[in-house]
Design a protein around this ligand. Structure first.
Ligand code: FES
Ligand code: FES
Length: 162
């Protein structure tokens, strides 16, 4: 960690498998750093209050609200944003199940689903519903999203079994 003599500090963040230098203040949120310094705008800025999940990213595989996470606390931890799942099968599953309308909530849902598939591939409907409660969608009515999540978990199980 290098101080530049002002209130900002240069740190290295590990994002989507790459190590990137960023200059942050201690109060900078991860959402600000990802969007404004690294150009990773897939994490959306919405409520900025921890209520909607549009800003969800994975830190150490755990879904986190980037609007409430401090960048400084994520140094030396693997961070995944939706850009790390570009052209992935999970993204395709959301498209195939019509789980996207305006798309604003979609990156958060996909990352949350990715974490669920890794942690609880056998999740039942109730668990899926509970897990996804951290994310809000104003367009789809949720049914298509739940169908997409179920397909992702099923594919994950099939892949693990083969
Ligand atoms: S913008 Fe972070 S939870 Fe809504
Ligand atoms: S698709 Fe528009 S908010 Fe979810």
């Amino acid at each position: 960690m290098i101080s530049n003599g002002t209130s900002k500090t240069v740190v290295k963040l590990h994002v989507n498998g790459e190590t990137r230098d960023v200059m942050i203040r201690s109060a900078d949120t991860l959402l600000e750093t990802l969007r404004e310094q690294l150009g990773l705008t897939g994490a959306k800025r919405a409520c900025q209050n921890g209520d909607c999940g549009a800003c969800t990213v994975l830190v150490n595989g755990e879904p986190m609200h980037a609007c409430l996470s401090l960048s400084i606390e994520t140094v030396n931890q693997p961070i995944m944003t939706i850009e790390g799942l570009r052209n992935s099968s999970i993204q395709q599953e959301f498209v195939d199940k019509w789980a996207i309308q305006c798309g604003y909530c979609t990156p958060g849902f996909i990352l949350n689903c990715h974490a669920l598939a890794n942690k609880r591939p056998d999740a039942d409907d109730e668990t899926i519903e509970e897990w996804m409660q951290s994310n809000l969608c104003r367009c789809t009515g949720y049914q298509e999203i739940k169908e997409a999540v179920k397909s992702v978990l099923q594919n994950h199980k099939n892949d693990s079994a083969s």
